[in-house]
Design a protein around this ligand. Structure first.
Ligand SMILES: [Zn+2]
Length: 564
């Protein structure tokens, strides 16, 4: 057993057989042929090699390019070793390795400085430490990509591996530990036999035995193809969704038109879109808005456009009933449950079946009933008042409120857990004063219908009267507008409605309308919001409280006026 150990002689004292190797180079300028140890070689500029390398990286990606270059280097090194061995007699394997290093230097690729070689011929144990100075590959990499995160002298590591493997007749792999491309002064490389690499051997070997370039390209093409198909699929899906949504919008608008529901403003179009989107789902919906804004219409729309449309729609005004009565109406009762309960009675949850139950004015519900509602929503079952057994329920719950429920929660008047159950999907319906562009068509619609009903020849609203309608605050919203127009049609003694036909509060000069037109009103609103926000340090809840509007309304207004 002979173990060879030798320290490097350093860069400045190259071994003598350098010259001998140099003589291997045979120039035949007249033939256009250069031979190195009888093998035809070509001189390529480092820049051109660097460009090809860049093409590989850009086309295949860093990982695939690294493997291609490792294998390219391996083939080159293996070839050199086989040819060199055929021509020269090496005293030892170590001499062969040194010859390889010199050849690499001669070819102008790198100046290899062998620091340590340990080779045990009997066991095949091999370890070599090399330093590479001025690697052309590191230079080119930095030139194209800048400083690198990891080693990049792939073809060099491949060359060393190929050369050593051919030289020793066993699998030897070199791996770069640190690289000049990372900013190191030189590249540090280590070569070992397979056993020497231990647990890492499989991964290293895998790099050298990876799929061929053709397979790599095929794999990439397939991956790109799959991605393209996926993109096309998504595009088709989006198109379909868009078509479905347009269909839904059309249907909802037809529905609204058929019921004389005016929703020309952007704010109301948004409400209709929300309703259309949530209708087909089973989600619980909470419709928020002041009295007279058309919440009932939105709720009805949700039911009519849902798969439950053919099933019952039942509604109850929670504010209109006493606690006991409301409970009995919602959940039903058994005979004798309380005085006057002379027979069993099904509650609305049961009556609704697979349809929709609409709980209007939900904010007015007493705490005991809130608790029962929460249980009904959570367990999907109810118990009739006075009954032992429970009944499964299937109805969808849609609620509406004209109060700011969030505020009621904060004040302790409404259960937070019930609020979250009901408010899974909130649709805020804006007050009429926030969609003034809907006032003329609404007024005209009410006018036509009232005139027909009363058989009066009233056909228009005068400009003065319309201006009053546009500037009024409308605390009662659309319902108030409808009543105002009905009254005006009754009082009108001409073909058009005049200001004096309108209720006095609408035309009263003392009402807060400085400037008197919509723009001034909006400017005023904007200014007060800004003032409130400044006053409360941007705290929206407190600002909304001070302005006597909900936080949702405040948010909407801030968005409209571009306040943040
Ligand atoms: Zn390097």
């Amino acid at each position: 057993m002979t173990a060879v150990k030798r320290q490097s002689r350093g860069d400045d004292t190259p071994p003598r057989h350098d010259l001998h190797l140099a003589e291997l180079l045979d120039f035949r300028p007249d033939q256009g042929i250069i031979r190195l140890h009888e093998q035809r070689v070509v001189i390529l500029s480092a820049a051109a090699m660097g460009l090809m390398r860049k093409e590989l990286v850009d086309t295949l990606g860093l990982e695939a390019a690294r493997r291609v270059l490792l294998r390219f280097g391996f083939a080159d090194g293996y070839h050199d070793a086989v040819n060199l061995r055929a021509r020269s007699r090496w005293g030892s394997a170590e001499d062969g390795l040194r010859a390889g290093a010199m050849l690499h230097r001669l070819e102008g690729i790198v100046r290899a400085d062998v620091r340590r070689v340990e080779y045990d011929e009997a066991t095949g144990r091999f370890e070599e430490e090399v330093r590479w100075h001025d690697s052309y590959e590191a230079e080119q990499h930095v030139h194209h990509y800048g400083k690198s995160a990891g080693p990049v002298c792939w073809s060099l590591a491949g060359y060393s591996s190929g050369f050593a493997s051919a030289c020793l007749g066993r699998e030897i792999y070199f791996r770069e530990v640190t690289c000049a491309a990372q900013g190191a002064r030189h590249c540090s490389v280590i070569g070992r036999d397979v056993q020497g690499w231990g647990a890492e051997a499989e991964a290293i070997r895998g790099d050298f035995q990876a799929a061929s370039l053709g397979q790599q390209v095929e794999r990439l093409r397939a991956a790109v193809g799959t991605r393209l198909k996926e993109l096309e699929r998504r595009e088709r899906l989006l198109e379909r969704r868009e078509r479905e949504l347009n269909l839904l919008r059309e249907r909802v608008n037809r529905h609204a038109a058929a019921r004389h529901f005016v929703a020309g403003s952007e704010a109301m179009q948004h409400v209709l879109e929300l309703a259309a989107r949530v209708a087909p789902l089973d989600t619980t919906v909470l419709v928020e808005g002041e009295s007279g804004t058309g919440k009932e219409f939105v709720v009805r729309l949700i039911h009519d456009q849902s798969p439950r449309a053919a099933a019952p729609f039942v509604s109850i005004n929670c504010a209109a009933l006493t606690e006991t009565l409301l409970e009995s109406e919602l959940f039903g009762h058994v005979r004798g449950a309380f005085t006057g309960a002379v027979r069993d009675k099904a509650g609305l949850f049961e009556v609704a079946g697979a349809g929709t139950i609409f709980l209007d004015e939900i904010g007015e519900v007493a705490p005991t009933v809130q608790a029962k509602l929460l249980r009904a929503l959570q367990e999907r079952e109810i118990r009739r008042v006075g009954a032992e057994r429970t009944v499964k329920i299937h109805a969808r719950v849609v609620a509406a409120t004209n109060r700011d429920l969030r505020k009621a929660v904060d004040a302790g008047a409404f259960r937070e857990d019930l609020y979250f159950r009901l408010g899974a999907f909130i649709i805020p319906v804006p007050p009429l004063r926030e969609r003034r562009e809907d006032i003329p068509p609404l007024a005209h619609g009410f006018l036509v219908r009232a005139a027909a009903r009363m058989k009066k020849d009233v056909r228009a609203v005068s400009a003065d009267a319309m201006s009053a309608l546009m500037n009024y605050r409308w605390p009662g919203n659309v319902r108030e507008l409808e009543h105002a127009i009905e009254r005006a049609v009754i009082l009108a003694n001409a073909t058009s409605i005049r200001p004096r036909d309108l209720p006095p509060e609408i035309t009263r000069k003392s009402s807060p309308r400085p400037g008197g037109d919509v723009l001034d009103l909006q400017e005023q609103e904007r200014a007060s919001i800004e003032r409130a926000l400044v006053q409360f340090d941007g705290n929206r809840r407190r600002a909304a409280d001070a302005l006597n509007i909900s936080t949702v309304t405040l948010w909407r207004k801030m968005k409209r006026y571009g306040l943040s």
